[in-house]
Design a protein around this ligand. Structure first.
Ligand code: MGD
Ligand code: MGD
Ligand code: SF4
Ligand code: MO
Length: 711
């Protein structure tokens, strides 16, 4: 008998509601849930493939222990109790012998998509007290968080583009047609863009590649990788010199620092922007004027910019453009959500801090208790007090996702002990001594604590597990509870009895129970009971404007337009000389595809069949200049590494720019880490450079200088 069940997709930030057809313990159909008030029936190819993750015979369901190394490694199933003790014994031993910082933790992207990780993982990481905390944040959205912390007083008080009501939408370094949106939870982006244009609005895209998003936009302009800062600052320059009626721009009374912004951008002329970026000065002027003239306009930037050399300055400039054009906190502009569980307002997620300490070897600043992951390799390899000797990764694959991954790959071998909480043996977890696999999306309750916070509409939704877990499976929160309790019990440094009892109580409450509690703390009127009665979700309406300054998390409820850290970096930017173009330089950028999911899901047949898509894309002019043919094997070389891959000609790339997707490169040491791929591809992060960082410490993964030669 087929049954209909409501599920939720946790594979990207769009958090689509699903309608599953289930037969016994099998999923026989997946479609978008049309009754979902946010996703309205939208689904993408990955959403269907969520059934493949659930059914994948290669997915781990019970703990495994590694026997042997590298190509000859074997994995042996062990019991949970034995696995937990093995992890706790070794983590505690290393901490007792070498101190708290000898343990490093790395949190990957799916942590943000798991309720249990947010409610219980955080408590585990805190209990370790290590300064060697790393995550995918510093190869992703760190500049957004740092800038929100500095300007608004909380790292996750992020302005969201009101795409459903804007009339002018500037997209810089994002490809939501493939990514389905990021720091903008926007299921069904294609339809929302069609609606935007149907009501007479415009979308403009700045990107070194004519992307899927560029192709549905009203306008697309190439920008040389890494030079958006000059464009955005020149737009600010135009705004501060021309806006209004000659009296200059005005800002709301709760905003400080306008004078400083005016001074900072004084020398960033559109002509300088043209020389750096290739975008004509007149176009820069026109874009700035259009933003000011629009009924409601909004500037939005994402990973093409935040994972670039000037991510922080760019994100600051984006916020300044939205403020100075009168679009912050305004309908159709850059708005703030009012989620049923306000993780910002309730303090569930801390407001953040920066540079409270630095990394041991390179002296890189922490942000919100995390160090830049670009420093992880050297912290493992450099001897001395505080050297990393053990590692715990949770839902991550830094070997493929962080800069100079192949050297990190080698460094992981040198650890005394490594454990991973993950559902696969991947390029990183293959180095673990033990892997503890949690249940997956369809087997656990879900309430989204992060992405309602970032959504283009306020909604709330609780999704009970579609399938009960099997007796010998564990939820991630149960794994975190066991690791925490068993490890802390073995530590020489003991917390007081009261502290330990509080910790035990907190870790023993289920995530679902905690969601109920958190809902009661909010003022939305939404309760767990109401959510259970309406599993498609409850609509709380479009985003509300005019919430500032009341909602500002900063002390004193003010916006700081000119944080000193940013001002100093703008001065550094001003000193960059215009590069001389010999016509031979190539800059490497990344690429996402609809059917890829960072570094995993390459086991799904339905996502991997068809034409391969791992190739280096290159403009025909650049190919001809190097006597390369479309389809040839080429060698790509950067300062840090070198890989061989097929090249594909593409008119969509800006000449002088080449593109590789990240998350490929599954063949390591002759072992194929993923089943489906006849062509495992290469890892772009064997080419990216851990020395190229934004001021926040985020890796500049885009705009890496490379040479391309025949293989
Ligand atoms: N050059 C370049 N590099 C990039 C990027 C880029 O654009 N260009 N993008 C960066 C970005 S934005 C990100 S977010 C990172 C991602 O980098 P990571 O987070 O390091 O890697 P993922 O590929 O997301 O790996 C996720 C892992 O979690 C496991 N997993 C899946 N679901 C679960 C679960 O429910 N529980 C547990 N415990 N494990 C689970 C999967 O098996 C997989 O091994 O990559 C970054 N790297
Ligand atoms: N299908 C799919 N969806 C995903 C993911 C996935 O792996 N696959 N990953 C998810 C994750 S973890 C994230 S963080 C989001 C990311 O979401 P997006 O930021 O939308 O991700 P990308 O598609 O990588 O878009 C980045 C764009 O920046 C452009 N770019 C590169 N360098 C520059 C530059 O210097 N300047 C400018 N202006 N543009 C530049 C690239 O050409 C690309 O089009 O996607 C999420 N959604
Ligand atoms: S858009 Fe994102 S959330 Fe929606 S189905 Fe696709 S992967 Fe899942
Ligand atoms: Mo990401």
């Amino acid at each position: 008998m087929d049954e209909r069940r409501i599920g939720v997709c946790n594979l990207c930030e769009a958090i689509c509601g699903l309608e599953l057809t289930v037969r016994g313990r099998d999923v026989v159909g997946v479609r978008g849930n049309p009754a979902d008030p946010l996703s309205r029936g939208h689904i993408c190819p990955k959403g269907v493939a969520i059934a493949d993750v659930y059914a994948d015979p290669d997915r781990l369901r019970r703990p495994v222990r590694r026997v042997g190394e590298g190509a000859s490694a074997r994995w042996e199933e062990i019991g949970w109790d034995e696995a937990f003790d093995l992890v706790a014994d070794n983590l505690a031993r290393v901490i007792n012998e070498h101190g708290d910082d000898a343990l490093a933790v790395y949190l990957g992207n799916p942590n943000a998509h798991s309720l249990g990780s947010l409610t219980h993982g955080t408590a585990m990481f805190k209990s370790f007290r290590t300064r060697n905390r790393y995550s995918a944040t510093s190869v992703d959205q760190l500049p957004h968080q740092l800038v929100a912390h500095l300007m608004f007083g909380h790292q996750l008080f992020l302005p969201i583009p009101d795409i459903d009501r804007t009339s002018w939408f500037l997209v810089v370094g994002a490809n939501p047609m493939a990514s389905n949106g990021s720091l903008m939870t926007v299921p069904d982006f294609p339809r929302r863009v069609r609606d935007l244009r149907a009501r007479g609005g415009r979308m403009v895209v700045l990107d070194p590649r004519r992307t899927e998003t560029a192709k549905v936009a009203d306008e697309h302009h190439f920008v040389r990788p890494g030079t958006d800062a000059w464009v955005l600052l020149a737009m600010l320059h135009v705004l501060t010199t021309e806006a209004g009626t000659g009296a200059g721009p005005t800002v709301p009374p709760y905003v400080d620092g306008l004078r400083t912004v005016v001074d900072l951008v004084a020398d960033f002329t559109p002509e300088r922007a043209e020389a750096m970026s290739g975008l004509p000065a007149d176009e820069v002027r026109r874009l700035a004027r259009e933003l000011v003239a629009a009924d409601a306009g909004v500037v939005y930037s994402r990973i093409g910019v935040s994972a670039g050399p000037w991510g922080t300055v760019c994100q600051w400039a984006v916020n300044c453009l939205n403020v100075l054009s009168g679009n912050l906190d305004r309908v159709g502009g850059a708005m703030f959500t009012s989620p049923a569980i306000d993780a910002v307002g309730t303090g569930l997620i801390g407001r953040g801090h920066h540079d409270a300490w630095r990394s041991r070897v390179r002296g890189l600043p922490e942000t919100a208790s995390e160090l830049p992951v670009a420093a992880l390799r050297e912290e493992i390899e450099t001897p001395g007090e505080g050297q990393v000797r053990a590692m715990l990764t949770v839902a991550g694959n830094p070997v493929l996702s962080t800069p100079d991954g192949s050297r990190l790959d080698a460094a992981l071998r040198g650890l005394e002990f490594m454990a991973a909480v993950d559902i696969y043996v991947n390029e990183t977890t293959r180095h673990a001594d033990v892997i503890l696999p949690p249940t997956t999306a369809l087997e656990r309750d879900h309430y989204d604590l992060v992405f309602h916070l970032l959504a283009v509409r306020d909604t709330a939704r609780f999704t009970p597990a579609v399938f009960d877990k099997e007796a010998d499976q564990r939820h991630d929160w149960e794994i975190f509870r066991e690791i925490t309790l068993r490890t802390t019990a073995r530590l020489d440094r003991k917390a007081g009895l009261k502290k330990r009892l509080v910790q035990r109580a907190r870790l023993t409450a289920s995530p679902t129970f905690l969601v109920g509690q958190l809902l009661r703390r909010g003022s939305s009127g939404v309760t767990l009971r109401k959510l259970r009665a309406r599993p498609a979700g409850i609509d709380l309406g479009p985003l509300r404007g005019g919430q500032l300054p009341g909602r500002l998390p900063s002390k004193g409820k003010r916006v700081d337009l000119a944080p000193s850290l940013v001002a100093a970096d703008v001065a550094r930017l001003a000193a960059v000389p215009t590069p001389e173009d010999d016509g031979l330089e190539l800059l490497l950028i990344g690429r996402r595809h609809k059917q890829d999911c960072n570094s995993w899901m390459h086991n799904s047949e339905r996502l991997t069949r068809g034409r391969p898509r791992h190739q280096l894309l290159m403009h025909p002019t650049d190919l001809a200049r190097r006597d390369l043919a479309d389809g040839a094997r080429v060698r790509i070389t950067s300062r840090t590494g070198s890989v061989e891959v097929e090249v594909a000609a593409s008119e969509d790339l800006m000449p002088g720019v080449v593109s590789l997707p990240h998350g490929y490169g599954h063949a390591r040491d002759g072992v194929l880490m993923s089943r489906s791929r006849e062509v495992p591809g290469v890892s772009i992060n064997d080419l990216t450079d851990p020395e190229l960082l934004d001021v926040s410490g985020n890796a500049a993964l885009n705009g890496v200088p490379v040479a391309v030669t025949p293989a």
